[in-house]
Design a protein around this ligand. Structure first.
Ligand SMILES: [Zn+2]
Length: 237
């Protein structure tokens, strides 16, 4: 019988044992806008075991250019319902749960192997960062605006969002709503978050936490920057 994952099973770093680990994994994706669309569709198509999606928005017409899973007939409907429907059609093997509410710390649980921050709101990002660090949960930060995307895997021993951008500098960080978003940078950034999740769930020892990846899809720059953990920052170590 044809295995739907045949092509990824042939990757030597994945193979049958890696795929099995991936199929035994459960991730929480916070926000199913642009980044969340790419992250969830890639993880679901690759056969993650279980995925929980959190959001509270409806689909808007201005979402469609960059939030790849939504189609015109979804506009005005509940995002979670729409995305669950699209994802389940893509892969019926995956268990998909939805939580229709704004982010709060009580959502977090160690039943998740990993949390992926796909929100577009910096105050919420700092909250997710702080809560994950305190709860001992690993998470993947991601953001994009204009032509630039940034992604970093964060654990309790690595630099976190506070180490990267101290909260007092928050005003300097661009927001998609104000400065616009190149639709293709969303694909690249989301795909990098999904790639990190895929690698971590298959081979956790090899993930490089605290390394910021910065991509620009207008000048075509791709940089990796090691971020130093600040003394006495969140997480305690
Ligand atoms: Zn920190």
């Amino acid at each position: 019988m044809t295995n739907r994952y045949d092509r990824q099973l042939k990757i030597k770093q994945i193979g049958t044992s890696g795929q099995k680990k991936f199929e035994g994994s459960h991730v929480l994706v916070i926000g199913v806008g642009g980044l969340g669309s790419f992250v969830s569709s890639e993880l679901v198509k690759a056969g993650i075991g279980e995925i929980t999606l959190l959001d509270f928005d409806d689909v808007e017409l201005t979402n469609l250019h960059r939030q790849n899973l939504y189609v015109e007939s979804d506009v005005g409907t509940d995002k979670l319902e729409a995305i669950k429907n699209h994802l389940q059609q893509a892969n019926s093997n995956v268990k998909i749960n939805t939580i229709n509410k704004k982010y709060s710390a009580d959502i977090l649980s160690t039943k998740y192997d990993l949390v992926i921050d796909c929100t577009d709101n910096f105050p919420v990002k700092y909250q997710i960062n702080e809560d994950c660090q305190k709860a001992g949960i690993k998470h993947i930060f991601g953001t994009c605006a204009a032509n630039q995307g940034q992604v970093m895997f964060i654990d309790q021993d690595s630099a976190c969002l506070e180490c990267l951008y101290p909260k007092e500098n928050i005003a300097e960080l661009g927001l998609s709503k104000n400065i616009g978003t190149n639709p293709m940078i969303v694909a690249i950034t989301g795909s990098l978050q999904a790639s990190m999740a895929f690698k971590y769930l298959i081979d956790p020892q090899k993930i490089s936490a605290g390394t910021l990846i910065v991509v620009d899809n207008w000048n075509f720059d791709f940089r990796k920057i090691h971020i130093k953990k600040r003394q006495n920052c969140l997480g305690g170590n």
